[in-house]
Design a protein around this ligand. Structure first.
Ligand SMILES: N[C@@H](CCC(=O)N[C@@H](CS)C(=O)NCC(=O)O)C(=O)O
Length: 250
């Protein structure tokens, strides 16, 4: 049986969410690094990639044995959990699953915007993202943090309830990277429940394994990284993940 292929790189937030599920469950995978937005052969806008994921974004998974391909991180997380029986990460009970689904739908126009408002301007200085887009994304992030803080995280330890689920993996992809331990681009102190949840997530199994690139990159709050540096930290993280995954079961 050939291992699942994950197309993407570890600096991508939604790719990290998928990798974290695989690492937690010790499920074997191969990484096929891709360049986001590039029409080149190794890019997410190349026709061969678009044939697998018409959205043209990473992550995308590919099952070599069945030919099954799927894009969109939250769809991938649900699929992996269902097909592998990871009921702790995505409960079978319809009401418990619905709480997780609530977050997965809420995510894109809310928490995901943290990466547009804070990370994209630092990582993609070449794009000179217009201020109204950055400002709008920061406002959406603020709203999302308030909603998480006064909503699910005021009631339970994790977003979907008392146990960690794929909702937490998806959310942490965009929020965890901003912590002082990584890029140091956002101060969460006014959101006590979010802060407590971030601390819990940092202790969760597999956290450090999927955050090698961000640990290598470090604080970028004063001087942003060069494109070459982003490539370097991705390469370091890919090597570590591939080595680790070689010991996992298909
Ligand atoms: N909704 C998508 C978002 C994925 C996404 O934005 N991926 C970025 C990298 S972090 C990407 O591939 N961008 C390339 C592009 O937009 O052309 C998901 O959750 O999978």
């Amino acid at each position: 049986m050939a291992s699942l292929i994950v197309h993407g790189v570890p600096l991508s937030q939604p790719v990290r969410a998928v990798l974290w599920a695989l690492v937690r469950k010790r499920k074997a995978f191969n990484l096929s690094p891709k360049v986001p937005g590039s029409p080149a052969e190794d890019g997410t806008r190349h026709p061969s990639f678009l044939a697998m994921n018409p959205g043209g974004t990473m992550p995308c998974i590919e099952e070599p044995d069945t030919g099954f391909v799927l894009g969109e991180s939250n769809a991938i997380l649900c699929y992996l959990a269902r097909t592998n029986g990871w009921d702790d990460l995505y409960p079978e009970d319809p009401r418990a699953a619905a709480k997780v689904d609530w977050y997965l739908h809420f995510h894109h126009q809310s928490v995901r915007q943290a990466s547009i408002g804070y990370i994209a301007p630092a990582f993609r200085q070449d794009l000179q993202i217009p201020e109204h887009i950055v400002g709008g994304a920061k406002a959406a992030t603020e709203y999302a943090l308030g909603a998480l803080d006064s909503g699910p995280l005021a009631k339970s330890r994790f977003i979907g309830g008392d146990g960690l689920t794929i909702a937490d993996l998806a959310a942490y992809g965009d929020l965890g990277q901003l912590r002082p331990e990584f890029t140091n681009l956002y101060d969460f102190s006014k959101y006590a429940n979010v802060q407590r949840w971030l601390d819990d997530m940092m202790q969760a199994d597999g956290h450090d394994d999927v955050h090698v690139a961000l640990a290598e990159l470090g604080d970028i709050s004063v001087v942003g990284p060069t494109v070459a540096r982003l490539g370097e930290v991705n390469a370091i993280a890919i090597k570590a993940l591939v080595q680790q995954a070689a010991g996992f079961a298909d």
